[in-house]
Design a protein around this ligand. Structure first.
Ligand code: BGC
Length: 758
C-alpha cells in the first residue's frame, strides 16, 4: 500500500514537473543548436555561407551562376541545397554524397513539390478540403512524407495556403478555398502531417507554406498578376492560414511571385521582416519562389540582378530558388556595404538551424533507402487512406428523383474521355505519382457491376489553341463518330454515367482561363445523351469550380469529383452504387457565370445590399443575373436528408469576456440511408467599428446518423470567436448584438441572435 502511495506520489510529482523538464530540454536543445551553428559558421567562408542560401535546380539554372557545373557546386559547397533531386537511386546517392564530402560536410536540403501525395496520389488539395476532415487531411500528408522521405527528399513545397475567390485562376486546385478559418485548420493539419511530432524523425518532411503572400488574389484570376488590397483585408481574410502554419511550427516559407502593396513579395521588407519574422516570430527560413529574385527586374524594382539580390536579402529572403543571384552577386554587395555581413549570417543561420532541427548533421541521408522506398510506397494502408480521401472529397451537387445510388445489376453506359484513363486521375502537381497503380473509373465500376460498357464520347474541346496547352487534339469528323457511338451505347443501356470536365493540363500553375464553362463539344455530347431518354449521371472532373449551369438540364445527378488520384475508380464505384453515401462539402463557391467572379460567401453587406431579386435599381446587383451563386460555400448533398431543429442558446445576454455561450441544435436523419453531415456554425457582427462579412464560418462538426436517428450538436462560443481586425489592425471584439447561424451550408441555415457586452 505504502509503495502504491509512493508510486502515485512520484507519478504526480513527475506530472507537475513535466512542463519544466520539457522546457529545460528544449532550452538545452536550443543552446546546443546555437553553439553548434555558431561554431560551424566560424569556420565558413563567405562563399560557403552564400552556398547555404542557394537552392540548385537539377534542371538548367536561369541565373548568372549557371555556368558552373551542378556537381562542382555540390562539391565546393556553393550549391547548399537541391531542388528536384532526380535520377536512379545510385545517382541520387551520388549527389547527396558530393555534398557530404564538401569541405565542411554540410548536408543538403533536398526539396520537391510533394503536393497531394507522392507515389500514392490523393485528391487535389481543393478536393481534399471538401472532406472537412482534418485528421484525414493530416494523414494524407503523413503518407506523402513517408513515401517522399524514403525516395531521398527531406523538404516539400507544400502546403499552399492562398485564399482563393476566383476560379479563373488555375491554381485554386492547390489550395483549400475561400475561407480563412477553414484554411487555418488545413494549414495546421498539413504541417503536422508532413513534419510529424519532431522534424528529426527521419520519415518527416520539412513543410514550406506558400505562397507568401496574397498570391491567390491575382487580378482577373490571371496567374502572376498584380494583387492589391487593403491591410485590413489582408489581415482578416488572406493572412490567417499562413499565420496558422507558422504557429504550427512550419519549417520554411516561400515568398510569392506577386507584389504586395506595390513591392514584390520577395523584396518586401514589411511582409517578410516585419510581419513574418518580427510580428509572428517565425524561426525558420524564407525561400523565394522559382527564380523570383530574377523577376524583380521585370517587376521594375531592380535594375540588374545584383540589385535584385540586395533587395531580396535585405527584405528578409534567406534562400534563393534557382536564380543563383545570391551566389553570383552578394560577395560584391557585402564588399560595397550594400548588404551587411550580419544579414548574410542571419540568413545562413536560419538555413543551418533548419538542417540541425532535421537531424541532417548526424543523419544526412535520413530515410533515403531504395529498399525501404519500395516497402513503404503504395502499400495497401497508403491506398486505404487514398480511397478514404477520394470517397470523402466528392461533392454531390444534384440528385433529381433520387437517381443515385444506382442498382448494382443494371446496364451502364460509361461515357467520356476521362472514364477509362489513368493519367487523367492525377493533376499538374502529381508528376511523381505512379500512374500504373491508378484504378480507372471503368475498372472500379466493373468490379462491382460487370454490366458496364465504355465509349469515349467526345474530345475535350473544339478550341484547338486551348488543346495545344492541354495536350489533346480536336477533329470534327472524329467528334461526330465519338458522339454517335456513345449515343448508340446509351440507347441500349439503363443509365448513362458521363465523365466530363477538364484535363489535368487545364488547371494548375500558369493555367488561368477566361471561359471556365464545360467546353462546347462536351456539352453537345451531354445533350445528345440526354436525348436518348435515359437517366444521366454527370461526374465532373476539374481543378476548379467550373460553370455548369448550362449542363444542369441534361443531367439527373451531378457529382463534383475533382481529381481523385490513385483510388479514383474504387471510390467512384462505391459512391455510384451507394456503398458510400457522399458527404463532401464545397470550400469554394460555384458561380453561375464568369461575370459573377470574384464570388465568395463571406462578402460585405454594402450600403445598398442585394435584396434577393435582380430587377431593382440602385441596389448592389446585376441587371442580367442574380447575385446568388449556383452552389454556395459549404454546400453538398447526401443520399439521405437531414433536418435541423431550432437553435437553443444557453444565454441571449452575456457580459464579460470569461464566459462561454453554448449553441445547441438537433440534427436528424430523415431519409433512408445512413449518412454523415457537416453541421456548420456561422457568426455575423451586424454593427461594428469596421464593416464585417455577412457571415463567417466559426466552427463545424461532423455527425454520422443512421436513418431516423437524431443527435444534439453543441457548439461552445467564446469572445475569441467574436474577434476581428479593427482599423488599427488590432485583433479584438466589440460589445453588441451578434447573429448566429447553424446549417447545412452557408446559405441554408437556422438563425438566432445574442447580445454580448464587454
Ligand atoms: C511554383 C511553386 C513551386 C515552385 C517549385 C513555382 O513555379 O509557383 O509553387 O513550389 O515552382 O516547383
Amino acid at each position: 500500500m505504502k509503495k502504491q502511495i509512493l508510486n502515485t506520489l512520484s507519478f504526480s510529482i513527475l506530472l507537475t514537473l513535466l512542463p519544466t523538464i520539457i522546457l529545460g530540454q528544449q532550452k538545452n536543445d536550443k543552446q546546443h543548436m546555437d553553439a553548434f551553428v555558431t561554431q560551424l559558421m566560424s569556420k565558413m567562408t563567405l562563399e560557403e555561407k552564400l552556398g547555404q542560401l542557394n537552392l540548385l535546380s537539377s534542371n538548367a539554372n536561369t541565373g548568372p551562376f549557371a555556368s558552373k557545373k551542378y556537381a562542382e557546386k555540390l562539391k565546393d559547397g556553393s550549391g547548399g541545397n537541391i531542388f528536384g533531386l532526380v535520377g536512379t537511386s545510385s545517382e541520387i546517392n551520388e549527389k547527396l554524397k558530393l555534398a557530404e564530402n564538401s569541405r565542411l560536410k554540410i548536408p543538403v536540403l533536398s526539396g520537391l513539390d510533394i503536393i497531394h501525395g507522392f507515389k500514392t496520389v490523393f485528391p487535389i488539395p481543393l478536393g481534399l478540403s471538401c472532406t472537412w476532415n482534418m485528421p484525414l487531411i493530416e494523414q494524407t500528408a503523413r503518407v506523402a512524407a513517408i513515401e517522399g522521405s524514403a525516395a531521398g527528399y527531406n523538404w516539400t513545397f507544400s502546403p499552399m495556403l492562398d485564399i482563393t475567390r476566383d476560379p479563373r485562376w488555375g491554381r485554386v486546385m492547390e489550395g483549400s478555398g475561400e475561407d480563412p478559418y477553414f484554411g487555418s485548420l488545413v494549414a495546421r493539419s498539413m504541417v503536422k502531417g508532413y513534419q510529424g511530432d519532431d522534424l528529426k524523425n527521419e520519415n518527416s518532411l520539412m513543410a514550406c507554406l506558400k505562397h507568401f503572400g496574397m498570391y491567390g488574389a491575382a487580378e482577373a484570376g490571371r496567374d502572376y498578376n498584380t494583387t492589391d488590397m487593403s491591410r485590413i483585408t489582408m489581415y482578416q481574410f488572406y493572412l490567417p492560414p499562413y499565420k496558422a502554419a507558422v504557429d504550427a511550427g512550419v519549417g520554411s516559407v516561400m515568398s510569392s511571385f506577386n507584389e504586395v502593396d506595390g513591392v514584390p513579395a520577395t523584396a518586401n521588407n514589411w511582409l517578410l521582416n516585419d510581419v513574418l519574422k518580427k510580428q509572428w516570430g517565425f524561426k525558420g527560413f524564407v525561400v523565394t519562389d522559382y527564380i523570383a529574385i530574377y523577376e524583380l527586374m521585370a517587376h521594375g524594382v531592380a535594375a540588374d540582378i545584383k540589385q535584385a539580390a540586395e533587395l531580396a536579402i535585405n527584405a528578409g529572403t534567406d534562400m534563393d530558388m534557382v536564380s543563383e543571384a545570391f551566389m553570383a552577386t552578394l560577395k560584391q554587395s557585402v564588399k560595397e556595404g550594400k548588404v551587411s555581413m550580419a544579414t548574410v549570417d542571419a540568413a545562413c543561420r536560419r538555413v543551418l538551424e533548419a538542417k540541425y532541427k532535421m537531424g541532417l548533421f548526424t543523419n544526412p541521408y535520413r530515410n533515403f533507402d531504395p529498399g525501404k522506398a519500395t516497402r513503404v510506397t503504395l502499400t495497401p494502408e497508403n491506398k486505404k487512406v487514398a480511397k478514404e480521401a477520394a470517397l470523402q472529397s466528392m461533392v454531390l451537387l444534384e440528385n433529381k428523383s433520387n437517381t443515385l445510388p444506382l442498382k448494382k445489376n443494371i446496364n451502364i453506359a460509361l461515357v467520356g474521355p476521362f472514364a477509362n484513363n489513368k493519367s487523367e486521375m492525377f493533376s499538374m502537381w502529381s508528376p511523381n505519382g505512379d500512374e500504373g497503380s491508378v484504378v480507372t473509373l471503368y475498372d472500379g465500376i466493373k468490379k462491382i457491376n460487370p454490366n458496364v460498357n465504355y465509349a469515349e464520347g467526345t474530345q475535350i474541346s473544339n478550341d484547338s489553341l486551348l488543346m495545344n496547352f492541354a495536350g489533346w487534339g480536336f477533329d470534327q469528323k472524329e467528334q461526330k463518330k465519338l458522339v454517335d457511338e456513345a449515343v448508340t451505347l446509351a440507347a441500349k443501356s439503363d443509365v448513362v454515367v458521363a465523365v466530363l470536365g477538364e484535363t489535368r493540363g487545364m488547371s494548375g500553375e500558369a493555367h488561368s482561363m477566361t471561359n471556365i464553362a464545360l467546353q462546347d463539344c462536351q456539352l453537345e455530347l451531354l445533350k445528345a445523351l440526354k436525348g436518348t431518354g435515359k437517366p444521366v449521371v454527370l461526374l465532373i472532373t476539374s481543378g476548379r469550380p467550373l460553370i455548369i449551369q448550362q449542363a444542369l438540364p441534361y443531367a439527373d445527378a451531378v457529382i463534383e469529383m475533382w481529381r481523385l488520384g490513385t483510388e479514383s475508380g474504387n471510390a467512384v464505384a462505391d459512391v455510384l452504387f451507394g456503398d458510400y453515401n457522399p458527404s463532401g462539402k464545397l470550400t469554394m463557391t460555384f458561380p453561375r457565370s464568369v461575370g459573377q467572379i470574384p464570388i465568395y460567401y463571406n462578402h460585405k453587406n454594402t450600403g445598398r445590399p442585394y435584396a434577393g431579386e435582380r430587377k431593382r435599381f440602385f441596389k448592389s446587383n446585376y441587371m442580367d443575373q442574380t447575385n446568388e451563386p449556383l452552389y454556395p460555400f459549404g454546400y453538398g448533398l447526401s443520399y439521405t436528408t437531414f433536418n435541423y431543429g431550432k437553435i437553443q442558446l444557453s444565454d441571449t445576454l452575456l457580459t464579460g469576456s470569461n464566459k462561454t455561450l453554448t449553441a445547441e441544435i438537433t440534427v436528424s436523419n430523415t431519409g433512408k440511408y445512413a449518412g454523415e453531415e457537416t453541421v456548420q456554425l456561422y457568426l455575423n457582427d451586424p454593427v461594428a467599428s469596421v464593416t464585417r462579412p455577412v457571415k463567417e464560418l466559426k466552427m463545424f462538426q461532423k455527425v454520422f446518423l443512421q436513418p431516423g436517428e437524431s443527435k444534439e450538436i453543441a457548439f461552445k462560443i467564446s469572445p475569441e470567436d467574436l474577434k476581428f481586425y479593427n482599423s488599427q489592425l488590432k485583433w479584438d471584439w466589440e460589445s453588441g448584438k451578434f447573429n448566429l447561424y447553424i446549417g447545412t451550408n452557408s446559405k441554408d441555415v437556422m438563425k438566432t441572435a445574442f447580445v454580448w457586452n464587454k
